[in-house]
Design a protein. Structure first.
Length: 142
């Protein structure tokens, strides 16, 4: 298990020391692919590079189309502590699909931090998000 605050602090500690990395906070208007490079046009100018990795949604057509359902990944987790040694703190359980799927793709995982403590998460992919109550009862039909 990686704690996000510690993970990001470690990343920023390294990134901040790199003189060739610059962060620009601006609005991306478009991305143009040319024969030999890619150009990112922003409200503060344009920038060229060999490649661009993009996660910006310029077109939200996928939200209105009906042929393919748009699946969302969502989950709930619990940190639990037991009085007796219940966990093998050397073994994590990832993507345990041996739970009812209820018309979705669902799995659980267990990340022990000691023999008496673990993070247990229920994760699923479905078209609609659940109410908090439904996450608490994953074995009931959605």
């Amino acid at each position: 298990m990686i704690r996000s605050a510690k993970f990001y602090k470690g990343l920023w500690d390294v990134i901040d020391k790199k003189p060739n990395i610059k962060f620009i906070n601006s609005i991306v208007k478009s991305i143009l692919e040319h024969d030999n490079d890619v150009e990112v046009i922003t409200d503060e100018g344009s920038f060229k590079g060999a490649k661009v990795i993009n996660s910006i949604e310029f077109n939200k057509h996928y939200l209105t189309q009906e042929k393919y359902p748009v699946l969302q990944q969502h989950f709930i987790g619990w940190f639990i502590k037991t009085q007796k040694n219940e966990f093998d703190d050397e073994v994590a359980t990832f993507m345990d699909f041996e739970i009812p799927q209820n018309g979705t793709t669902a799995f659980m995982y267990v990340l022990p931090s000691s023999k008496t403590e673990a993070l247990i998460e229920y994760t699923l992919f479905s078209e609609k998000l659940l109410t908090k109550d439904a996450y608490e009862k994953p074995y009931l039909p959605i």
